[in-house]
Design a protein around this ligand. Structure first.
Ligand code: KG4
Ligand code: ZN
Length: 334
């Protein structure tokens, strides 16, 4: 019998289910909760309720797309954390109920490790060991990856995550939530050297993105006092300059990490890996330095159950199962 796993992802504002068979992805359904757009950020209570509404149709669609029945499943996987408690509870409870009803094993997956594992959904795969820069709305991490069992965070943000900084700056520029990708789009048409913002100097391999947020805020306040249309008149150059600063902050630390670890296989993960500026500047740097770059397709960078399924596949082979006492862990240790 082939091993077939159903994986659920409900850590934030995406309700997602995926089916993986013998390590090959069969389906990946993602329902994005648009309700949060009205509030300028994810509202935890609303996220939890939306997961409750969407989880059954999303699972049904994932089973249908993969042409798999519930009875054929070998295990159920779910994101145990980190994430929003009320959101994690939905996937956790549903996975337990389904595993109990089918009498099959339960697999608890770490959301941030799954982001790294998105690099193993489709070839080419990075060879071990490699460095992964995980950049999302909730995290910014440099991870030393020896194997699924041996991953170590060697640098991380001490305040805002890079995606969070993007979204907060986007709000200052009057873009709707989540505005990271809108900044990215305008940045393509602007001059990245037009405005300069100072970069936080953090020790070791750590990051800080709260400084650039404040720098942009003060700069916009000063300029809009002189000219109320400043933002609209300079939107492309503003976005390009902000994006260039953020990307340089990421790449400087990555270069430092390569210097320390001597690893030259570099993977990207997380929603901000979709950023065109980051992709372009990383590819240019990699060419100069002779690094090998791995970037999952966009659908596997933002939150999705395919990455949870791929991580669960390795856990299944290692018989790394959990019991029914596994509770959601909003601050799950790495
Ligand atoms: O990984 P993800 O889907 O969810 C979390 O686990 O956080 O990442 C979402 C984040 C948001 O902050 C969003 O604005 C950002 O990724 N993002 C981008 C781009 N596309 C998504 N940021 C910059 N440029 C983009 N093209
Ligand atoms: Zn995520």
């Amino acid at each position: 019998m082939p091993n077939i796993i159903l994986a659920l992802e409900t850590s934030c504002d995406e309700t997602s289910a995926a089916i993986i068979q013998e390590g090959i992805l069969q389906s990946n359904v993602v329902a994005t909760q648009i309700i949060h757009q009205n509030f300028g950020g994810v509202v935890p209570e609303l996220a939890s309720r939306a997961h409750q509404q969407k989880i059954i149709p999303v699972i049904q669609q994932a089973l249908t797309n993969a042409k798999v029945s519930l009875q054929a499943l070998s295990a159920i996987a779910f994101t145990q954390g980190p994430g929003l408690l009320g959101a994690l509870i939905v996937g956790n409870a549903f996975a337990k109920g389904l595993a109990f009803a089918q009498n099959i094993p339960l697999i608890a997956v770490h959301h941030m490790k799954a982001h790294v594992w998105a690099n193993f959904i489709e070839p080419p795969f990075p060879s071990f060991p490699f460095l992964c820069l995980t950049v999302s709305g909730g995290h910014t991490q440099l991870v030393f990856v020896k194997s699924y069992k041996q991953m170590k965070i060697i640098g991380q943000t001490q305040d805002d995550a890079v995606g969070e900084a993007y979204d907060k700056i986007a709000r200052m520029l009057h873009f709707p939530y989540p505005g990271g990708k809108i900044i990215d789009a305008y940045a393509q048409k602007g001059d990245p050297k037009r405005f300069s913002f100072s970069m936080a100097q953090m020790p070791y391999l750590d990051f800080s993105f709260s400084g650039i947020k404040t720098a942009v805020l003060y700069f916009l306040q000063k300029e809009t006092k002189k000219n109320k249309d400043f933002i609209a008149q300079h939107i492309c150059d503003l976005c390009a300059s902000i994006q260039h600063t953020i990307v340089q902050m990421l790449l400087q630390k990555l270069e430092k990490a390569v210097g320390i670890t001597k690893l030259t296989s570099i993977a990207l993960a997380g929603g901000v890996a979709a950023n065109q500026g980051l992709r372009k500047e990383l590819q240019a740097l990699a060419k100069k330095k002779g690094w090998k770059i791995f970037i999952p397709q966009f659908a596997f960078c933002t939150d999705n159950a395919a990455m949870v399924a791929r991580a669960a596949h390795d856990q299944f082979l290692a018989k790394d199962f959990c019991n029914y006492q596994a509770t959601p862990l909003p601050r799950m240790p790495f």
